[in-house]
Ligand binder design. Structure first.
Ligand code: ZN
Length: 189
């Protein structure tokens, strides 16, 4: 066999091998991308309507099985426990924001949807120490507690309870905007 024939045979076998390597490379890149972009875990965030403690839940996306959940005390929940009630059953209200995590535990998706929220309490602007100050400024902390609880679940649109919730939010919002200096806006509700 001449040198020329050998060379052409080598070139002929090298080409399919090269193609195979490229195909495998593309396959692994696609699988990697898929694993990286697929939000296999849904993470949702809750806040207790009474004390503002935080809770995070991780579930299998789509199937909904609970993987894990954990609570996180906040300055507000610590203060509430020390000053109002040493113990209570938390009333968890889910917020309108959720994240999807990939199998490496990294954020792969973010969702902001009001349908995720389970109560208007989650929309209240209660960052930092606002919930503590509302308790402190209210004539009776039990009244403030009842007000927060009234906002812990969505009432049906058009119902009396829904209208009452809207009124609470309207008054509370105006009162918070006065830096809580205006008189307490609730007699009873
Ligand atoms: Zn609580």
């Amino acid at each position: 066999m001449s040198d020329e024939t050998n060379q052409s045979e080598n070139t002929a076998t090298a080409k399919p091998r090269k193609r195979r390597i490229i195909r495998r490379l593309i396959f692994f890149v696609l699988v990697g991308l898929f694993l990286f972009l697929l939000p296999v875990i849904s993470e949702t965030y809750f806040k207790c309507a009474i004390c503002a403690m935080r809770q995070t839940e991780q579930r299998v996306t789509g199937a909904g099985f609970l993987i894990s959940s954990w609570e996180r005390p906040t300055p507000s929940s610590d203060w509430y426990q020390a000053n109002i009630e040493p113990e209570h059953d938390h009333v968890w209200v889910r917020g309108g924001y959720a994240e999807g995590l990939n199998c490496f535990g990294r954020t792969a998706a973010m969702w902001q949807d009001s349908s995720l929220s389970t109560g208007p309490y989650s929309w209240l602007p209660l960052s930092r120490d606002k919930q503590i100050r509302i308790y402190q400024k209210s004539p009776d902390p039990q009244q403030a507690r009842a007000m927060f609880l009234q906002l812990a679940h969505h009432e049906p649109d058009g119902s009396k309870a829904y209208a009452a919730q809207q009124e609470i939010i309207r008054r509370l919002d105006a009162w918070i905007r006065s830096d809580m200096e205006a008189p307490w806006p609730f007699e009873k509700f």
